[in-house]
Design a protein around this ligand. Sequence first.
Ligand code: ADP
Ligand code: MG
Length: 315
Amino acid sequence: MSEFDLIRRYFTRPTPGAILGVGDDAALLHVQDGMELAVSTDMLVSGTHFLPDTDPFLLGHKTLAVNLSDLAAMGAIPRWATLALSLPHADEDWLRRFSEGFYILAGEHGVELVGGDTTRGPLSLSVTIMGEVPRGQALRRSGAEVGDDIWVSGTLGNAALGLAYLQGQVVPTQDARAAGLAALHQPQPRVALGLALRGVASSAIDISDGLLADLGHILECSHAGAELEFDKIPARMPSGIEEGLLRHCVLSGGDDYELCFTVPASRRSQVAAIAERLQLPLTRIGSISSGTDCTVRSKDGDAMTIKENGYDHFA
Ligand code: ADP
Ligand code: MG
């Protein structure tokens, strides 16, 4: 199978939302009047982001999901993606499963694959995603104000628990294991939530590197601090889990792809209405404070000592 057969067979499908899709030197795209183009790239590298024997169907899903999550955090409507693939060899079975996982999620979110690049090399997957957002309405990291509530979607820590299990650090119950592996392999990007938060949230980010690390980016960009209540953070960890691992999973474990966002306290009922409409739990975990520190308080009000914030590739 030649490089071009491979592209035609596995990565070429109709793209009615593009002027020109796969097959020329570049795709041609039209951004609607009054919209801004939101662009983001996220890469998954074998051995760094996933174990080499990961099911290719799940990888296809996750490669796109982590990118959709970035658009969700901006409040953008997903439109197009390009895919840069580096593969050790053209394994047809692998390619079929990978492209299935990718296209199923793409179909669910109306994303069209309009181009990419394919080379031989160590397994690495990189997507550039493009979406549209009404002019001036994108959610940013920089808008949090003192007194705003801090919210997160879904539950945190499952993906980190799943990874700890795969790495042999913990043996969770069957339910916790299933929840952990699902969160790790098949994150659900919160695109509908991001759209609903336009005009409501003062700032937003997706949690890919851990709550404290990612909230830290909001704090840095917004020149603010935060007070969090550990017990309010929504986590479904197995009972009896060791305290250090619990804190690691909930506060600094990455890969959950939930949204963390801030909203003025006067809009609590709007957030509750969004949770109800989307059938997605949204939980208030603390508030934005003056200063620049992030303090996490335990049930008795004491500040907890935090050893790690989250994942950093170069730390
Ligand atoms: P060029 O040599 O001009 O860079 P390529 O031979 O790399 O073009 O790619 C041919 C066409 O196939 C281009 O339209 C490119 O965008 C598309 N393409 C290549 N690899 C992929 C891929 N993995 N997924 C989707 N489209 C791809
Ligand atoms: Mg090329």
